[in-house]
Design a protein around this ligand. Structure first.
Ligand SMILES: Nc1nc2c(c(=O)[nH]1)N[C@H]1C(S)=C(S)[C@@H](COP(=O)(O)OP(=O)(O)OC[C@H]3O[C@@H](n4cnc5c(=O)[nH]c(N)nc54)[C@H](O)[C@@H]3O)O[C@H]1N2
Ligand SMILES: Nc1nc2c(c(=O)[nH]1)N[C@H]1C(S)=C(S)[C@@H](COP(=O)(O)OP(=O)(O)OC[C@H]3O[C@@H](n4cnc5c(=O)[nH]c(N)nc54)[C@H](O)[C@@H]3O)O[C@H]1N2
Ligand code: SF4
Ligand SMILES: [Mo]
Length: 754
């Protein structure tokens, strides 16, 4: 029998709608859903491989327990939970709860269960040792946004479909398909900007695919974006081009301070450090100011670097000074259907964002959004003393490949008294687990992009029911997490998932009725809970979020409004329209103002000034940066044959002049080394690279002992994260510095050691 199913792709931030053809219980074809309200038929090679991912023979189907000899055996869920309970109790008794830790990886943001029930586990663990991929990713952007606008989800998104000028720094959305900018079919949307007479400018140390679509590309010295951005700000003030406009002016605090802070950053002063000539910087600023509408956008190249938060801040300073924040065609705020911190509570004012409320034990790195930097995890495991981490839960994470000095983390993981991995593979990280708990295939779970729609370029809502039933005996991801929350909370391996789920839903409802401005404020929680019946699990929580959200039916308060039932009746999604101006209502700062010069950010300025001088003394050595690849998804999709076939993925890109100087030819084996380690990989010589800069992608290095990824092992590549330094962190967020790492490159005359 042949049927079709519709499904939002969970693999990246673009949220494409897919149409799956299913024959006799197997996915035989995947194509873009032409009727999807957002993606309109767009699909990429990863989305097209969802069937292969579902069928991957290496995907784990039962809990695995590590034997004394390091190999794994399949065990029942009862045995797995019993072992976790026993070990966790022992750690708690001997060392207390601060010896617990958790790490949440990137797919958590794409998983309903991970998002909505991971929190319950974290709470039940009761520890400050909470880590996630956010500190090797986007926290700098979220912190800058939180300090300026009030919440970490108040990220201004380029209004791609209406802008006339797009300045992109450190992002390659043609390949990544967009990040903190949910926009299926970036290529189509970029081409449309130029088709309507607009301009695209890309700033990147590499001529990326996106640069290839742009009108203009500037090489920039890695790590110097904040200097360039400050110089653009400087020119706007210097040439009287700074004009936030009447819609922003009444809501701005700190404008004069920014003008003063920008004074030293003349185009001439930053030119040597950035590698961009002063007249070019002046022209960029003038064109930005003159464009009918414009948006400045930065991503991973601007966040995972030494000045990540400062650069993220200055991007929005530019959006404000050019009058483009919060206006169509500029950088705007989404209004997510499931709600967020900037749709709840009193509009226009809030509690702001406190940071560094506590610090990590060993290096005293400050907390941000309740998390500590993942780069500190190794030292927290290996350094004796009270609060030493002894039990670690990883949820959808592969920190051995994704965090700096992952090789040292791998050694440290073997010292743990308990490691539990909630994952789909036996990979570089999970091979260290005592117990691996497999989540079902994504096609066996419901989907809604709670975490990504707040960053979408339109207001969108789309619900995907599971395509397949759960296999016999399998537990959904949310059930696994709820059970673990029960165990961590002391209820034992018999903890009743249904009871925990009722408790979680009850808490969510009680929170909603306590919230001023909520359509259910002061209503009877039992009445609301009854109205959610018979739903359970994530569906119940999403229904609650939608019904109490900004378009919600409000449990009768707003008849005709949104609920999960609305989405169930609209399998191609619901388009709630283009982004609309939200200032001042969106603001949740303490003052109710847009904070242009909040203290933690301005404190970075002296360090920036110093970096200009230091650049003059640079020794001319090579700087390492990263890149993404179309057929790859961080570390975990290299086991899909059709994604790793074709040209080798894990190569070091180097400019011809550097290659010649080093005696390195295209296609030759090479060694990249840093103060921390070295890797062997193939050189790819290309003038797409800025001279003096080399590029290596992350997420490779699958040939470690015990990894059970048959396809990925044959395309192993090397782990670039052995080269970074886990002690080199962006100071405000503790985000790892993954770009602009000093390295050496040499031909590998000998074959790589086995
Ligand atoms: N040098 C360098 N390092 C980087 C980066 C870089 O640019 N350069 N980028 C950083 C960024 S932006 C990120 S986001 C991180 C990613 O870092 P991580 O999140 O640590 O790593 P991933 O490679 O995304 O691994 C995801 C894990 O989740 C598992 N998994 C997949 N789907 C599911 C699911 O549905 N449920 C569960 N429970 N598990 C699942 C996979 O098997 C894999 O083990 O890497 C960072 N590391
Ligand atoms: N196909 C695919 N898509 C993905 C992923 C994937 O692995 N594969 N990963 C997903 C994840 S987790 C994320 S976070 C997003 C990231 O999304 P993007 O940020 O768009 O990712 P990249 O393609 O790595 O683009 C970063 C660019 O920054 C440049 N760069 C490096 N250092 C600097 C610098 O100092 N300054 C400037 N100006 N540029 C610099 C790099 O050359 C690169 O072109 O992508 C997501 N989408
Ligand atoms: S672009 Fe992203 S969401 Fe769209 S099909 Fe590809 S992986 Fe899936
Ligand atoms: Mo990421």
């Amino acid at each position: 029998m042949t049927t079709t199913a519709l499904r939002t792709c969970p693999l990246c931030e673009a949220t494409c709608g897919l149409e799956l053809t299913i024959e006799d219980g197997r996915v035989t074809k995947v194509r873009g859903d032409a009727d999807d309200v957002f993606s309109k038929g767009f699909i990429c090679p990863k989305g097209a491989s969802l069937g292969e991912l579902h069928d991957d023979p290496n995907r784990l189907r039962s809990p695995m327990r590590r034997r004394a000899d390091g190999t794994f055996e399949a065990v029942s869920w009862e045995e797995a939970f019993a072992e976790i309970d026993e070990r966790l109790r022992a750690v708690d008794a001997a060392h207390g709860r601060q010896a617990f830790a958790a790490y949440l990886g990137n797919p958590t943001a794409h998983s309903l269960g991970g998002l909505l029930y991971g929190r319950a586990l974290l709470k039940a663990l009761g520890t400050r040792n909470i880590y996630s991929a956010s500190t090797v990713d986007q926290f700098p952007k979220q912190l800058a946004s939180a300090l300026m606008f009030g919440t970490g989800l108040s990220v201004a998104i380029p209004d791609l479909d209406r802008t006339r000028h797009l300045l992109i720094l450190g992002a390659d959305p043609m390949v990544s398909n967009g990040s903190l900018m949910t926009a299926p079919d970036v290529r189509g949307r970029l081409r449309a900007i130029r088709a309507r007479g607009g301009k695209i400018v890309v700033v990147d140390p590499r001529r990326s695919r996106t640069a290839g679509e742009a009108d203009e590309h500037h090489f920039i010295r890695p790590g110097s974006d904040a200097l360039l951005l400050f110089a653009l700000v400087h020119v706007l003030f210097d040439e009287d081009l700074a004009d936030p406009g009447a819609h922003l002016a009444p809501h701005l605090a700190g404008l004069d301070e920014v003008r003063e802070l920008a004074a030293p950053f003349t185009p001439e002063a930053v030119a040597p450090a950035t590698g961009i000539a002063a007249p070019e910087i002046r022209r960029m600023a003038r064109e930005l100011a003159a464009a009918p509408t414009a948006a400045v956008y930065g991503r991973i190249g601007t966040t995972t670097q030494s000045f990540g938060t400062a650069a993220s801040w200055l991007i929005d300073v530019l959006n404000i000074l050019t009058g483009n924040l919060d206006r169509p065609g500029g950088a705007m705020f989404n209004r997510p259907a499931a709600g967020s911190g900037n749709t709840q509570g009193e509009p226009g004012r809030g509690r702001g964002t406190a940071i560094h409320r506590w610090g990590s034990r060993v290096s005293e790195r400050g907390e941000v959004f309740g998390e500590l930097p993942v780069a500190c995890l190794t030292e927290e495991i290996t350094t004796p003393g009270e609060g030493q981490v002894r039990a670690l839960f990883t949820i959808a994470g592969n920190p051995v490949l994704s965090t700096p000095n992952g090789d040292r983390l791998a050694e440290a993981l073997d010292e743990l008294d308990l490691m539990v991995c909630i994952d789909i593979y036996l990979n570089e990280t999970t091979r260290h687990a005592h117990v691996i708990l497999p989540v079902p295939s994504t096609l066996e779970r419901a989907h809604y992009d709670v975490a990504l729609y707040p960053f979408a370029i339109r207001n969108i809502a789309n619900w995907s029911p599971p395509v397949f039933d759960l296999p016999d005996g399998a537990l959904d991801e949310w059930e696994i997490l709820a059970k673990l929350a029960g165990i961590a909370g002391g209820a034992g391996p018999e903890a009743d998932v249904a009871v925990i789920d009722d408790f979680i839903a009850g808490e969510a409802v009680r929170r909603a009725v306590r919230t001023k401005g909520s359509p259910v404020n002061e209503r009877d929680p039992d009445e609301i809970l009854a109205a959610l019946e018979p739903r359970v699990g994530p569906a119940r929580l999403v229904d609650l979020m939608l019904r109490t959200g900004p378009y919600g039916e409000g449990f009768g308060a707003n008849p005709g409004g949104l609920s999960l039932a609305t989405l169930e009746a609209a399998p191609h999604g619901v388009d709630l329209g283009a982004l609309e101006p939200r200032i001042p209502e969106v603001l949740r700062t303490e003052t109710g103002m847009i904070e242009l010069a909040p203290e933690p950010l301005t404190a970075e300025v002296p360090r920036l000034v110093a970096s200009m001088a230091a650049a003059g003394e640079a020794d001319g050595g090579l700087l390492l940066i990263g890149r993404r690849q179309l057929r790859s998804n961080n570390s975990w999709m290299h086991n899909i044959p059709k994604l790793v076939s074709g040209p080798e993925g894990c190569t070091v890109l180097v400019h011809p002049d550097d290659a010649e100087r080093l005696g390195l030819a295209d296609g030759e084996p090479a060694i990249v080394s840093s103060a921390r380690g070295e890797i062997h990989l193939t050189a790819q010589v290309t003038d797409d690279m800025m001279p003096g800069v080399v590029s290596v992608p992350h997420g490779w290095g699958h040939d470690l002992d015990g990894v059970e990824l048959d396809v990925a092992r044959a395309h192993a590549g090397a782990n670039v994260n052995v080269l970074g330094d886990s002690g080199e962190l962006e100071p405000l967020t503790g985000t790892a510095v993954l770009n602009a790492i000093p390295v050496e490159l040499a031909p590998a005359r000998q074959p790589a050691p086995a």
